[in-house]
Design a protein around this ligand. Structure first.
Ligand code: 5AD
Ligand code: SF4
Length: 465
């Protein structure tokens, strides 16, 4: 991005933030409340933390209660149809609330909003939505709100004029222990089923010095776990003027002094290198866990999905990771019922699941996404049939999870104690991202403790040593 364009955007951001902070107390006679409802992936959760930071900076107080908020924003997900339905249901709830609450504004943003057909639908059928913007313009939120509050007509902005991202935006972090750190935005892979590249645009990596600065400030603020985020973190660095890749970035973050852990997601198998596996093994703060979606075990389906690896290549990668990273665990995403997939293809997926023995799986029935190549492919298998395959997959994985859990009994792990559960017990994750529940003082929250695994139910259960 041109430096001048960047400067202009920042100036405009600051100008509208200060204008908005002047009019808000006049309009509401108090500090107005803002609620950000987030749907979808970790990237959205991270974006929402920035949006909350921007709102707070302009004079709003952040609340979790959208029924009493003066500004309600829905940060939406488009990855599957179910996510879209949920969003529309929630937006619908705002109609009655808005009638009761003078001066209330409703806004929609994110991946779903970025699509023209959704923008049109909101414009025509949801007249109580005041502001809609997509994935590129969170920094313009103070301007949109200011304009709407001072008499502008409803605002719809899904332009793609700005494809960069702004450094140094305010941020309201939800947690104090575990924090998100986006290292890149967008995606270049165009898997044929996926809407993400269409709504989030091309892949852009952040400069490593900005990432390191943010990681250092998180460590200084007491964060114990940093989750590096990107649609495909393994291709980090592509297009940057500096000579760096994801392995190099991990080394740099690992070198920051302090007792903390580094996690990352999502890895694409086609860009997962031996160099990266060796780096993970060498860097003591980096998790020994790979979220490595394989989507399908059938080479024919993988080709139709445009995944650019085959099942043998995937299994070889798993073998290399097991060899090089002691105690490594794997999780994956799988799509069941891609257009044209047969039961024979699906059995290939089961074969990979049985062979790798994943710690956990994120499984999805294929959802047709308008505008993607797969949406025009023949899809003869019924939803009911796909549902049966899906249940079979869950059953197979359940058995594997049990056997995985059984193999942990008697072993001891250093876990980051990160949650007090409703039953009063503590939980923490191992370096390989496996959760263990144990009895302990809530004062242990945020500390690393050694726990021995004694048994398991639907979670590993252990004793603090
Ligand atoms: N249908 C079903 N699942 C999908 N995913 C992405 N697009 C679709 C779709 N159209 C899944 C993939 C991806 C995860 C984030 O969501 O498995 O890895
Ligand atoms: Fe979607 Fe594929 Fe990009 Fe992941 S890598 S966001 S599945 S296009």
């Amino acid at each position: 991005m041109q430096t001048n364009e960047y400067k202009d955007i920042m100036l405009s951001f600051e100008e509208y933030t200060s204008k908005l902070s002047v009019i808000l107390p006049k309009i509401y006679g108090r500090k107005p409340l803002a609620c950000v409802n987030t749907f979808g992936c970790q990237q959205n959760v991270s974006d929402s933390e920035k949006i909350k930071g921007i709102l707070e900076n302009a004079g709003y107080e952040i609340t979790e209660d959208d029924e009493n908020a003066d500004f309600v924003l829905f940060n939406t997900c488009a990855v599957r149809e179910h996510a879209e339905d949920r969003v529309f249901g929630n937006i619908g709830r705002m109609k009655a609330l808005k009638k009761q609450r003078e001066g209330m504004l409703v806004a929609v943003c994110g991946c779903m909003a970025q699509q023209q057909r959704i923008c049109d639908r909101v414009k025509n059928s949801y007249p109580y939505v005041d502001i809609l913007f997509g994935t590129r313009h969170a920094h313009k939120l103070p301007e949109y709100i200011y304009k709407r509050l001072t008499g502008s007509t409803r605002i719809f902005d899904i332009s793609e004029d700005f494809s960069g991202f702004l450094e140094g935006m305010p941020i309201h972090r939800d947690g104090k222990l575990k924090g998100w750190l986006p290292i890149m935005y967008g995606c270049d892979n165009f898997c044929t089923y996926c809407i993400v590249p269409h709504v989030r645009g091309r892949e852009r990596s952040r400069n490593s010095c900005e990432i390191i600065r943010e990681a250092e400030s998180m460590v200084a603020a007491g964060f114990k776990e940093i989750m590096l985020l990107g649609q495909n973190v393994n291709s980090y660095g592509k297009g940057l003027s500096e000579d760096i890749n994801f392995a190099g970035l991990l080394e740099k973050i690992n070198a920051i002094p302090g007792d903390f852990r580094i996690r990352f997601m999502t890895s694409h198998p086609k860009d997962c290198t031996i160099e990266l596996l060796d780096t993970i093994a060498r860097c003591e703060k980096v998790e020994t866990h790979l979220h490595l979606p394989f989507q399908s075990g059938s080479d024919r389906v993988l080709k139709a999905m445009n995944r650019k690896y085959d099942s043998a290549g995937y299994l070889n990668l798993i073998k290399e990771a097991k060899k090089r990273i002691p105690g490594v665990s794997f999780t994956s995403d799988i799509i069941v019922g891609f257009p044209g997939e047969t039961y024979e293809d699906f059995k290939e997926t089961l074969r990979i699941v049985k062979e790798v023995k994943f710690q956990a799986l994120f499984t999805f029935i294929y959802s047709k996404r308008y505008g993607t190549p797969a949406a025009t492919m023949e899809d003869p298998v019924t939803r009911a049939e796909k549902g049966k395959w899906f249940s079979e997959l869950l059953q197979v994985q359940e058995e594997i999870s049990k056997r995985n859990y059984a193999s942990y009994v008697g072993t001891t792990h250093r876990v980051l104690c990160d949650e007090v559960k409703e039953n009063g017990k503590l939980t923490g994750k191992t370096l390989s991202a496996v959760e263990i529940e144990f009895e302990g003082d809530p004062a242990l929250l945020g500390q690393f403790v050694d726990v021995r695994v004694d048994r398991f139910s639907n979670i590993l259960e252990g004793t603090k040593l």
